[in-house]
Design a protein around this ligand. Structure first.
Ligand code: SF4
Ligand code: SF4
Ligand code: SF4
Length: 262
């Protein structure tokens, strides 16, 4: 995780930024536009050389920051990641798909059979050479990430600020419950309702719980998660363990190693 500044003095070049989408729904790129008034402030601080959602120009090679949305699902997207890594001083992964594999990871098991089902045989050439979905960090080093599905636009703004101006903030592998307790909301387990905050990486300040909904784990599992203790909690509060395990499948199909987990 890079803790350096791309802007070193007043004379420094305006940082050149590219925004690239891999296997994704473009929802996280769309969320960037929802930063509203902050978006204009951001755009005043950077030189957007390429943004897949809004520009058609391709082949840009000179940039400082590469922002990547989406999971790696083809050999071609692996090469795209390597290209971006080779050219950028800072690589940022945004959204569940890019950070943990996200919902795209649900295709990991039986990928070939799923492809056959969807395409009734061979996948068209336009799909590229498909591989099991994986997060960007499984292919290249990633300097920073903005988790969740979709990202929060203000989390993105804060992460970009840290990338541009530097930060000594390091990622902390902890589950969401500590953040949630600070918000003083009633725990869903007390009501016999499943909540994946028990094992999910703290990243959003327990946003859904604050809005009255249990967490479905879109920030991905924390490397500090204790699955056995979580299953015991389910039993204690009358939540079926099977539903806990099933719920984990949505955002945690790609198993990250410790070195890949940010
Ligand atoms: S993380 Fe969610 S919103 Fe973002 S690209 Fe993936 S599916 Fe879409
Ligand atoms: S299980 Fe969910 S509701 Fe309960 S403290 Fe953790 S995050 Fe909050
Ligand atoms: S509370 Fe859970 S599901 Fe909601 S945004 Fe945070 S990590 Fe995602």
């Amino acid at each position: 995780m890079g803790a350096f500044s791309l802007i070193t003095d007043a004379e420094a070049r305006v940082p050149r930024v590219v925004v690239v989408g891999l296997a994704s729904c473009f929802g996280c790129q769309l969320q960037i536009t929802n930063a509203e008034e902050h978006l204009m402030e951001i755009l005043g601080q950077i030189d957007v050389r390429y943004w897949q959602l809004v520009t058609s120009e391709d082949g840009v090679e000179d940039f400082d920051v590469a922002i990547i949305e989406g999971a790696v699902t083809t050999r071609e997207s692996e090469e795209t990641c390597k290209f971006l890594r080779a050219h950028a001083a800072h690589v940022m992964a945004i959204g569940a798909c890019a950070c943990t594999g996200g919902v795209t990871g649900m295709a990991s098991d039986y990928l070939g059979a799923r492809t056959d089902l969807v395409y009734d045989g061979e996948a068209p050439d336009a799909c590229g050479e498909m591989i099991e979905p994986r997060p960007v960090s499984a292919v290249i080093d990633v300097d920073s990430e903005v988790r969740c599905c979709p990202i929060d636009p203000y989390d993105f703004v804060a992460a970009l600020q840290r990338a541009l101006y530097g930060s000594n903030r390091l990622p902390e592998p902890r589950t969401m419950c500590a953040d949630c307790k600070r918000n003083e909301t009633e725990c869903f387990f007390e009501q016999g309702v499943l909540c994946l905050g028990l094992v999910t990486q703290a990243a959003c300040g327990a946003r859904c719980v604050n809005l009255g909904r249990p967490c479905n784990g879109c920030a991905g599992m924390s490397s500090a998660a204790n699955l056995e203790a979580a299953r015991l909690s389910c039993e204690t509060y009358g939540v079926p363990v099977e539903s806990f395990d099933k719920a984990l499948e949505m955002f945690n199909q790609v198993k990250l190693t410790d070195s890949e987990t940010l």
